[in-house]
Design a protein around this ligand. Structure first.
Ligand code: ADP
Length: 394
């Protein structure tokens, strides 16, 4: 098993990538980077394993009009020139929705792609970009094997009860259930948890993935038992631009009394709500934390309140709590948000060591706290690379 693995995480406005050596399972990526600002002013950035920035004259002059397909062609060309004489052996993609059928990573072919196309309505803002990236790679490098790793996959172990909506059974039977997302992130955290808390990792753990998208997962034996996201990636926590859990009556009101159509409501719920909608300032937690505006404080307070409420709501699924893990951009970096969430959960026995929390240390729980509170960086790319290695084996 030699050669390089390319991981791709294609979103609506960004394309993240990493290059791993297939024969070095525990190694960090040789190169990682992203094209951000797609659709506006795209910017390319990349660094090698030592953190040294890598540039590209071609990719430095990306056109705002470039399609995802063109960007992938440019990126593949850049990647091939940075393989240092090695060859690309596989591309692994993050794909948001695998539906009921795909619980494990899968080798991609026309038949699988057709099945993934059918799931687009369940993740309208994510799945089309994931699938477009797969098709673009197939167009430019048709002989290169590609695999898909699903954000829903990790949650296929959920308690069936936790997947049901209180809707007529016929709808559940046809797949209107709670799937859950961010599975690659949870998979990674589950894999490193024993390194930090030993046998307790098999106990009752809640992981809070707080990034632009945000969700929580209640685990036991390092498997998903329940999660805050549902049928789509819109449910659960308040997010950067997404509203999170919402009284469905609001959607009826928007339709019936405000005369909004489905496209307008989709834009409102996915892109104009959350931190951005409540603050009216930004979807970026850093900007809100630096702002003196009352609306920024309101947005952070609501974010924290909703996160603490959601966490408490997941506890019955696992019957208590042995460890809490914060991860992703906000979870890994915002001492204020972590402390504020934990403060609202003191009654549950959660206590935070202020100095450790302010320093973003791995263990931030106070000495007298029976519940371990950890800050762990997530690594979705490592999970995709590991799946590539597994599917490469003869
Ligand atoms: P994505 O879901 O796009 O991968 P990330 O996991 O990178 O998102 O998280 C992005 C969020 O993390 C943004 O709201 C950003 O403001 C927040 N964030 C990153 N660094 C910090 C920081 N130092 N303090 C507070 N928030 C931060």
């Amino acid at each position: 098993m030699t050669g390089d693995i390319l991981t791709l995480n294609a979103g609506s406005s960004s394309l993240k990538f990493a290059i791993f050596e297939a024969e070095q399972p525990d190694a960090r990526p040789r190169i990682s980077g992203k094209i951000s600002g797609i659709g506006g002013a795209p910017v390319f950035s990349a660094k090698d394993a030592a953190g040294i920035a890598l540039t590209s004259t071609q990719l430095a002059r990306l056109s705002p009009a470039s399609s995802h397909e063109e960007l992938i062609a440019l990126l593949l060309d850049w990647v091939e020139r940075h393989l240092g004489g090695r060859s690309l052996t596989m591309v692994g993609h993050r794909v948001v929705h695998g539906g009921r059928h795909f619980s494990q990573p899968v080798r991609l072919d026309d038949n699988v792609l057709r099945q993934l196309d059918e799931l687009v309505p369940l993740a309208p803002l994510h799945q089309p970009h994931n699938l477009a990236a797969i098709r673009a790679v197939a167009k430019w490098l048709p002989d290169l094997p590609q695999i898909a790793c699903f954000d829903t996959g990790f949650h296929r172990t959920q308690d069936p009860l936790a997947t049901l909506f209180a809707l007529p059974r016929a709808l559940s039977d046809e797949g209107v259930i709670r799937y859950g997302f961010h599975g690659l992130s949870y998979d990674y955290i589950a894999s490193v948890l024993p390194d930090h808390i030993g046998a307790k990792a098999e106990g009752r753990v809640i992981v809070a993935h707080l990034g632009n998208g945000a969700s929580m997962c209640a685990m036991q034996n390092r498997r998903s038992v329940a999660t805050s996201m549902g049928f789509t990636a819109l449910d659960g926590l308040m997010m950067g631009r997404r509203c999170g859990a919402l009284d469905p009556g609001v959607v009826l009101y928007l339709l019936q009394s405000k005369g909004m159509d489905a496209t307008q409501i989709e834009a409102l719920l996915y892109q104009q709500s959350g931190l951005l909608g409540v603050s009216g300032i930004s979807n970026d937690m850093r900007v809100l934390e630096d702002s003196d505006a009352q609306s920024a404080r309101d947005a952070i307070d609501l974010y924290v309140y909703r996160a603490a409420s959601t966490l408490a709501g997941l506890v019955p699924a696992i019957g208590g709590l042995d460890a809490l893990v914060f991860t992703a951009g906000i979870g890994e970096n915002s001492a204020h948000v972590r402390r504020a969430i934990c403060d609202r959960l003191q009654w549950l026995g959660i206590g935070v060591d202020e100095a450790a929390n302010d320093a973003n240390e791995i263990r931030i729980s106070s000495a007298d706290c029976a519940i371990d509170v950890l800050v762990l960086p997530t690594d979705e790319e490592a999970v995709i690379a590991a799946a590539c290695r597994t599917l490469m084996e003869p």
